[in-house]
Write a protein that binds this ligand. Structure first.
Ligand code: ADP
Ligand code: ZN
Ligand code: ZN
Length: 803
């Protein structure tokens, strides 16, 4: 038997399988989807078994060296999905497969020097290196000329050799446990133990009644019976208990109680919406639903009810939520309803915790996976439902290979399993809404909030007028007044500051110098914590200069309205207000996000000030005021989705206020009060906004009227990059249909990143069935150069970002 293996090599990556012989002792074991170790040149590397075949055309096939998994980590469905994904997103198969499994099991190989003879055969320098060991990691070898040439000689003389060891990063966590020995199980306790040994007796008795023959963590026995470890140790010595290592999950939600929320009776609107979903569940029909419901309309309750049905029929469900709205509140609602049937996957978990949650899914110990983007690959085999909450969110698109959109993958899996997919949002993306209007998706609507509470009235304040009045503060008069009012009434407020396009940068007031990254054409961002300026693209950083490097003036200051600055101003204007600030700086430590929100929920602060991360998912009854400090920051980005994103954000933030019995209010501060996305957000008029925006897109030739693909070419030599970009553009123009527009090549909005110059071509098309084939050909053509790390071509289908 032979295995077709997709190997994991970065250099010279080749998008095809390699054949390996399956040794007899492994023949009953190996199945597609397993990770194996195979020889590849001088190395041993990891790969995925793609297919198992009875014959091969390859002469002298080498055998598989080892198997990493007892069970396949990729199901046959995921293997098929990976193939499709690789083609659709123009990436390597191995990249697609790797992205479907947790990082903890993506093994890396290590280069190791291994001694073949006695230590004293080595020159003295190397003897010291190998003292007491017969293996030394390559990384530990001093990289200096003398040592390296000695190593080379020793290798040539075969005194030592280079081996590659694949290190499996998966470490399962274990805890010490005990179980009853056979002796105790079969006899009366008094036969094995003196009855005066009361504590020992109690332990054995407890084990009999509680453990059901299985092992119990020692810690638990100690706590439950208030006995010391010594008692248990004695029993182990007497062979009455057997010590074991119990595999344990690192459960991030351990020791947390989740209230079981009462299941509310559905409103009429909710009932109507749930009905077609249930129907398609019963008929096992793949129907893509677009659920548009205003903020607070009870969409989540619909998800919960639909999942309930799915669980009842023994099937499984995946719920995707954007990373930043994967708040404790959200998790609590799912855990509260379905308890231990839920696995939660998000980036705040350690890789060990993520792996454990993934394993619960893999072993079919849970039926629901709630998680951010990559949870769409949860290895369920009996899916009954997929849900994408806030389907318009940009974070569902992965900005790195494979550049997939979670919606696209969810729809593929829904089709594969013949099950419904629910895409929910208060502000569906233009693309999805247009599809729903054309009947490609089925539109479901919840136009009213639960309990019919009104959407909050929105005040728009023109910051230009404020400036004319002499108000230089970030707060308009009306916003400040309303904040004071809330303080008096002991109600809460949220203040939202959009970070994008408003990051802090430093500038010299005398000569106008701004600090730029020496490797990328981008301004450095000021970080208050360590007083450094950093590049967000390549990680370059330097200490904040005290004098201007150009004119030596000391008038070098940071600009831009960061959350820190707003907080400072807030404490000056409203010293009595208790403020919680939430941004990347205050939430980088694990668990801090949750802590801050819980504290706000308990009423320990009056004002929650934050970035994007507070725009979604907050459901606190005492919030009656939402303020948006600068609505325009996103409006002027060079991105055709700028208006859409602005409208969505304003609507989301507005949705935080007045969700319960207390009425809410919203203040939007802006320099362009007449812009349609701000005006329609004021009137909560999604339909009207869509209509206007559709017109704009039609005129500009953008989605949903045209599909886009972005090809970016980068190289250290600007002439090279221009030449190649020209070549690719003309190849595209010649290969694609005349209706398709190939724009460019032009300089990318960020002209240089990591010392590479960047050019781009934009493809606008409506119907181009061969496009992915052509783009895959281009990628293959430049593969060698890319592997050598000289050249860089990135292809982004349906791009969300244009930088
Ligand atoms: P959305 O997801 O659309 O923003 P939610 O599902 O969060 O809305 O619902 C808003 C609030 O209304 C939540 O606090 C939720 O518990 C509550 N809720 C949802 N459905 C009902 C119902 N049928 N009866 C009473 N309360 C409900
Ligand atoms: Zn200067
Ligand atoms: Zn940089």
């Amino acid at each position: 038997m032979y295995a077709r293996v997709i190997v994991d090599v970065a250099a010279g990556q080749i998008n095809k399988p390699f054949d390996y012989a399956i040794p007899d002792e492994l023949s009953h074991l190996i199945r597609p989807g397993m990770r194996v170790i195979v020889p590849f040149g001088p190395r041993k590397i990891q790969g995925f078994v793609w297919k198992v075949a009875e014959s091969t055309d390859v002469p002298n096939v080498k055998p598989i060296a080892d198997v990493l998994d007892p069970h396949p980590v990729l199901t046959s469905e995921l293997l098929e999905l990976g193939e499709w994904l690789a083609k659709e997103t123009v990436c390597f198969l191995i990249t697609a497969f790797q992205s479907m499994i947790p990082a903890a099991i993506r093994a890396k190989s290590k280069k190791i020097l291994q001694l073949n003879s006695e230590n004293d055969q080595l020159p003295p320098v190397l003897q010291v290196l190998f003292q007491g060991k017969h293996k030394v990691e390559w990384d530990k070898v001093p990289k200096e000329k003398g040592t390296l040439s000695l190593v080379k000689q020793a290798l040539e003389k075969n005194i030592m050799e280079v081996v590659y060891e694949v290190k499996d990063k998966t470490r399962k966590k274990t805890i010490p446990a005990v179980k009853l020995s056979r002796e105790v199980r079969d006899q009366s306790l008094l036969d094995v133990l003196d009855s005066r040994a009361k504590k020992q007796y109690a332990v054995l008795d407890y084990m009999r009644n509680h453990s059901d023959g299985k092992s119990v963590p020692i810690q638990r026995v100690m706590e439950d019976l208030a006995v010391t470890r010594q008692v248990i140790r004695t029993l182990i010595q007497k062979n009455l208990l057997i010590e074991e290592e119990l595999e344990s999950y690192r459960d991030p939600y351990e020791n947390r109680e989740f209230h079981t929320f009462p299941r509310p009776a559905l409103t009429e609107g909710q009932t109507n919406v749930l009905e077609p979903i249930v129907q398609s569940l019963e008929k096992k029909e793949h129907v893509p639903f677009l659920l548009r419901g205003v903020t607070g309309s009870g969409k989540t309750e619909i998800y919960l009810r639909a999942i309930e049905r799915v669980i009842k029929t023994g099937k499984e469900a995946i719920v995707l939520v954007p990373e930043i709205s994967l708040t404790p509140q959200m998790v609590e609602r799912f855990k509260g309803r379905f308890g231990s049937k839920v696995a939660v996957l998000h980036s705040a978990l350690s890789s060990g915790e993520k792996y454990d949650e993934w394993r619960k899914i893999h072993r079919k110990e849970v039926q629901v996976a709630v998680g951010a983007r990559s949870a769409v690959f949860a290895p369920f085999e009996n899916l009954g439902l997929l849900i994408i909450d806030e389907e318009h969110e940009g974070s569902y698109k992965q900005e790195d290979h494979p550049r997939y959109h979670a919606r696209q993958v969810a729809l593929w899996r829904g089709k594969y399993h013949g099950c419904p997919v629910i895409m929910g949002s208060a502000t569906p993306s233009l693309e999805s809404y247009a599809r729903a209007k054309r009947g490609v998706y089925r539109l479901l609507e919840l136009p009213e909030r639960v309990n019919n509470t009104a959407l909050p009235p929105v005040h728009i304040t023109d910051m230009r007028t404020e400036l004319k009045k002499g108000n230089r503060s970030v707060f308009s008069e009306i916003l400040l007044e309303k904040l004071k009012d809330r303080l008096q009434k002991n109600e809460q407020s949220v203040l939202f500051l959009n970070r994008r396009g408003y990051s802090t940068f430093i500038m010299c007031r005398d000569c106008g110098y701004t600090a730029e990254c020496p490797h990328c054409e981008i301004t450095l961002t000021y970080h208050h914590n360590d007083r450094k300026i950093k590049c967000h693209y390549c990680g370059y950083e330097e200490i904040l200069p005290s004098l201007c490097p150009e004119c030596h003036s000391d008038q070098i200051r940071f600009f831009g309205t960061g959350t820190q600055k707003v907080e400072q101003e807030l404490t000056k204007l409203l010293p009595e207000a208790r403020v919680i600030r939430m941004d990347v700086d205050t939430t980088s430590r694990k668990g801090s996000h949750e802590k801050l929100l819980t504290s706000f929920g308990r009423g320990e602060a009056d004002i929650l000030l934050g970035t994007q991360m507070i725009a979604k998912g907050l459901d606190f009854p005492k919030i009656t005021l939402a303020g948006i400090l600068a609505a325009d920051t996103m409006l002027h980005l060079p991105d055709f989705r700028a208006s859409e994103r602005t409208f969505q954000l304003l609507t989301q933030v507005s949705g935080r206020a007045g969700r319960d019995k207390l009425a809410g209010e919203v203040v939007i501060q802006t320099y362009t009060p007449d812009h349609y996305s701000i005006q329609y957000a004021k009137h909560h008029d999604y339909e009207a906004f869509m209509l206007e925006e559709m017109g704009q897109r039609k005129q500009g030739g953008y989605p949903p009227y045209y599909y886009l693909a972005l090809v970016t070419i980068a190289h250290e030599d600007v002439v090279q990059v221009m030449k190649t970009a020209e070549k690719i553009a003309s190849y595209l123009k010649n290969s694609l249909s005349p209706e398709t527009k190939v724009l460019g090549p032009t300089v990318s909005p960020i002209a240089r990143i990591k010392d590479r110059y960047r050019y781009q071509c934009m493809i606008k098309y409506r119907n181009e069935p061969n496009l992915t084939d052509i783009l895959n050909q281009i990628a293959a053509r430049y593969q060698k150069e890319m592997a050598a790390d000289k050249f860089f071509i990135s292809i982004d289908m349906n791009p969300q970002m244009f930088m």
